[in-house]
Design a binder for this molecule. Structure first.
Ligand code: 6GU
Length: 232
């Protein structure tokens, strides 16, 4: 999979050299490229923003540098992703859809956002998705893009060593994950739930499922499947 990121802060993405994503890049599973939007400016100050038409607070990202950069970077079958608090909610289902694509291009806006015509222009020529991480405000799209890239990249075949570790996770089974434990069996007086030491795999599975349901009911009742809602 190819991932391109356009940003005025390329340094944000230096951390993609490390961890699982870094390894996937080294192994050729991910072709990840970061582009400095200011390289597509032509004035002495490398200007990327201007005041909003109609007035109001803050600055808006000018369309011309985006046009020049995206014309260069967007391949024929690319999906242009614009991180924005005004976008559709990013979920595991969206991550799965994006993991099947050949090229993702993340357009990271700063200030109040990008001139709407950039989005409209590329929506006429290809696929564009405005995507939000959740209902809170970040200073720009970079941190959101990073979260999305990590969620998508780990679904690309080969990136996560043991594919089985993908299937039981929170949001893949529709319930939150159950609590997990490792050695020692007692730590600071706190015991590991005895069923996990029993060697009875059926009992362990039943306990974990019950814990998942209980945890989901408590902290994310909105996720609870209908068949588990009885008794609410
Ligand atoms: Cl994708 N961008 C910004 N700037 N803020 C956000 C967001 C995205 N998702 C949640 N808050």
């Amino acid at each position: 999979m190819r991932i391109d990121i356009v940003t005025i802060f390329p340094a944000f993405f230096d951390v993609l050299d490390v961890s699982l994503i870094g390894k996937a890049r080294d192994r050729g599973l991910l072709d990840l490229r970061v582009h400095d939007l200011r390289d597509a400016t032509h004035d002495r100050h490398r200007t990327v923003d201007d005041t909003p038409y109609g007035g109001g607070a803050g600055m808006v990202m000018k369309p011309e540098p985006w046009g020049e950069m995206l014309d260069d970077v967007l391949g024929d079958d690319a999906v242009l992703i614009v991180p924005s608090p005004a976008g559709e909610r990013f979920t595991q289902a969206v991550a799965r859809e994006l993991a099947d694509e050949r090229q993702l291009v993340f357009a990271c806006g700063r200030y109040e956002g990008i001139d709407q015509r950039v989005i409209d222009h590329y929506a006429e020529r290809g696929r564009v998705r405005l995507v939000s991480l959740g209902d809170y405000v970040l200073n720009g799209g970079e941190v959101a893009a990073m979260a999305m890239i990590e969620a998508v990249a780990r679904l690309v075949p080969g990136v996560v060593g043991n594919p089985e570790s993908l299937v039981e996770e929170s949001h893949e089974i529709g319930l939150l994950e159950y609590p997990i434990y490792t050695k020692p069996a007692v730590w600071r007086g706190l015991e590991v739930p005895p069923v996990l030491l029993s060697g009875n795999h059926g009992a362990v599975d039943a306990w974990r499922r019950e814990q998942s349901i209980e945890r989901t009911r408590r902290v994310r009742p909105d996720l609870l499947p209908d068949e588990l809602r009885a008794g609410e």
